[in-house]
Design a protein around this ligand. Structure first.
Ligand code: HEC
Length: 156
């Protein structure tokens, strides 16, 4: 009889401790340790990558737009149209309204990680069924393309 009572005691003790656990992790989501790499990601709508904050200027910077256009023609045009039409990737019309500037620049400069971890990027991949290739676009070039996208969306 004794072992059974002992086991019952252990069971009850374990049971009485467990209700604390879920509420703890809810209150401190980072306490699990698991989410530590994502912890510096304060705003998921900014995507994942080096770009944390983009300062936009208005009026638009014309020299950036010019450089952005030629980068577009060289590296992006085969897959992206400037209207809403999807070719390989989504058309760029409205992209600066759909996405934060930081998200766009992270998508362009850190596409492999974005496709692996960012839910919005993954939704696009499900839709397009082609992985956007990493083309080693520098942060400066990505910023120029962003300016070109703003101009394409009618910003002045
Ligand atoms: C080989 C085709 C291809 C090329 C070249 C390409 N992309 Fe993409 N792009 C895609 C695909 C496909 C997606 C959708 C995500 C996916 O499936 O990987 C995408 C998604 C995007 C998005 C997100 C669009 C949205 O609607 O949210 C941006 C921004 C983007 N690309 C920018 C660029 C830039 C800038 C270049 C050029 C430097 C470029 N892409 C070159 C195929 C391409």
């Amino acid at each position: 009889m004794r072992p059974a009572i002992f086991l019952l005691g252990v069971f009850l003790a374990a049971g009485s401790c467990s209700p604390d656990k879920p509420s703890n992790t809810e209150e401190y989501p980072d306490a699990s340790g698991k989410s530590a790499p994502e912890a510096n990601l304060s705003d998921p709508t900014k995507g994942i990558g080096e770009v944390k904050e983009v300062k936009l200027h208005s009026p638009l910077e014309q020299d950036r737009i010019k450089r952005g256009l030629s980068i577009y023609e060289m590296k992006c045009q085969p897959c992206h149209k400037l209207d809403e039409t999807r070719v390989v990737g989504p058309g760029w019309k409205g992209v600066t309204q759909r996405r934060r500037p930081e998200w766009i620049m992270n998508m362009v400069t850190n596409v492999d990680v974005m496709l692996e971890k960012d839910t919005e990027a993954q939704k696009l991949l499900e839709l397009c069924l082609t992985r956007m290739p990493n083309q080693n676009v520098s942060l400066g070039d990505a910023r120029d393309v962003l300016e070109f996208m703003r101009s394409n969306d009618g910003e002045k």
